[in-house]
Design a binder for this molecule. Structure first.
Ligand code: SF4
Length: 507
């Protein structure tokens, strides 16, 4: 649908869809059927991605039931114009955005097991927060709306079972049993409570207190959503044949929302002699690893050259410096000067936009590094938090003098698949700050923030600033002519990048 925004809006209002959203909370059972513009498609998706990333960040920084978690999440929901208060009567636009954006990301994040798990986790946290924010009567309304109208047991039955209910339900004294409403729920729905021995069971039914009903609802939502993701994944081939959608969806799943670091204010401000020291102080682990491998073996295979070369360009190496840097190192290994000038030099000039299609290539974001082109034997590219064996990662961190408690924290985050958060923790440990103060999404962002901190350019923040987690699309781009958001122009750049990669295929 390519019509203008105004026309779209008009078309949408003409076919009023308010009745689709009787509640601000939903299980997303029915996909949206209306036509929307690609612009809206993309902006909805990016906003939800921002939201889910904030949720991930908050989830490991704060206890989910804490006030600070709730306050920060509500602020983000308000800012991005998603439904934040179930009571709001007229939040049709917010509900619509919530609905559509969920389904777009579902398409983008059904594509691999890793993506599905990540999406499911963040959506569950979002749902949990919203469900807990509902008042008692809205909760009841939602349960009915979601066809989860569990039967509340009558006073007579409750009195009859009072002793059993009190003994089998932790935290429920007899008087408390009398106060609370209990629901009769099929065993399959209460399996988590049953496993944790937190519920009274009789004749194939669980008797669940109102305050525990959330466990059941969440369980139900998780089952529905993971099934839906698996089903969506099966329909991928037909989506992949849509040439408008596929690039957008691919970019969303690799997406990182922030500046693209393709144009550097610092160009030429770094000398080659500084790189060794900088690699220890200010490079993220992925680049530190690549630098070490290059110095040790005087060579990097093409995945490493791409990842590291573009990063170095992003931190400010000029073309001349890059040529000198790579040449010096390579001719110490098996490549002679002539071979370097004929092959590798061309590809370096190409990556600076001086050859071929003259595209100024963008340094890789964390998502791109984490999600695509995993390293194989003999490769040093990739994200060590994602791609290294935990034992090797541990050894590496030990060799970098990270204290044991810090290593444990990093490994815990890795285990939970929070790779960027593990990297943030590594930043905090190596820079001796309590809180990183930004949401990491790009190796060059890591470098810039490290340099700012080390040069006293910013005070370490004590509080995670979620409202400022993601640079705004319009004003924070370092480059004015390129956007890192997943646009079709990025899709074009990626196609061109494949062309560039062809130049690098020589190992
Ligand atoms: Fe590099 Fe990003 Fe992984 Fe950190 S999280 S090591 S910056 S890819």
């Amino acid at each position: 649908e390519f019509s203008s925004r105004a026309r779209q809006k008009h078309a949408r209002l003409a076919g009023d869809q308010r009745e689709q959203y009787p509640h601000s909370l939903q299980f997303y059972l029915e996909p949206p059927l209306e036509s929307i513009s690609l612009v809206e498609f993309e902006s909805f998706a990016i906003d939800r991605l921002r939201l889910l990333k904030v949720i991930e960040n908050l989830g490991v920084s704060y206890v989910r039931s804490s006030d600070v978690y709730k306050t920060k999440l509500e602020a983000e929901l308000r800012k991005l114009k998603f439904p934040y208060r179930a009571l709001a009567e007229d939040d049709y636009e917010a509900r619509r955005k919530d609905h559509i954006s969920h389904f777009i990301l579902r398409l983008a994040y059904c594509q691999s097991e890793d993506l599905r798990r990540w999406f499911l986790q963040q959506e569950m946290d979002l749902f949990r927060y919203r469900f807990h924010e509902l008042t008692g009567s809205l909760m009841q309304r939602f349960l009915e709306h979601a066809n989860l109208s569990f039967e509340a047991i009558g006073e007579d039955l409750k009195n009859e079972l009072a002793n059993e209910l009190s003994v089998s339900t932790p935290g429920f004294s007899l008087p408390k049993v009398k106060e609370q409403m209990f629901y009769k729920v099929g065993l399959a729905d209460a399996v988590d409570l049953f496993r944790a021995r937190r519920v009274f069971i009789k004749d194939g039914f669980a008797y669940v207190p109102f305050k525990e009903i959330d466990v059941i609802v969440l369980n139900n939502y998780r089952t529905k959503l993971s099934k839906a993701l698996a089903l969506t994944a099966r329909s991928l081939p037909s989506i992949q044949s849509d040439e408008r959608l596929q690039p957008l969806l691919n970019h969303l799943s690799h997406s990182y929302v922030g500046p693209d670091y393709s144009i550097q204010k610092n160009s030429g401000k770094i000398s080659l002699e500084q790189i060794d020291a900088l690699s220890v102080k200010s490079f993220p682990l992925c680049m530190r690893q690549l630098h070490r491998a290059l110095r040790d073996s005087h060579h990097l295979r093409h995945g490493g050259r791409m990842q590291y070369g573009l990063f170095l360009k992003g931190i400010g190496l000029t073309l001349e410096q890059a040529l000198e840097f790579w040449k010096k190192e390579f001719i110490r290994g098996k490549v002679d000067a002539d071979k370097f000038d004929k092959g590798y030099a061309y590809s370096i000039r190409h990556s600076f936009g001086k050859e071929g299609k003259r595209t100024d290539y963008t340094p890789y974001s964390c998502m791109k590094i984490i999600m695509s082109n995993p390293p194989s034997q003999g490769d040093y590219h990739g994200c060590p938090f994602r791609h290294s064996d935990p034992e090797l990662l541990k050894q590496k961190l030990q060799s970098y003098k990270i204290p044991p408690s810090g290593i444990t924290q990093v490994l815990e985050l890795v285990k939970g698949m929070h790779y960027q958060l593990a990297c943030q923790k590594y930043f905090e440990l190596t820079h001796d700050v309590d809180d990183i103060g930004f949401s990491l999404s790009h190796p060059n962002q890591y470098f810039t923030e490290s340099q700012k901190l080390l040069s006293g350019g910013r005070e370490p923040k004590k509080e995670l600033n979620n409202s400022g987690n993601f640079p705004q699309k319009n004003n924070s781009q370092e480059s004015t002519n390129s956007s890192s958001t997943p646009t079709s122009s990025n899709a074009k750049a990626d196609t061109e990048l494949e062309g560039l990669e062809a130049y690098f295929t020589e190992d």
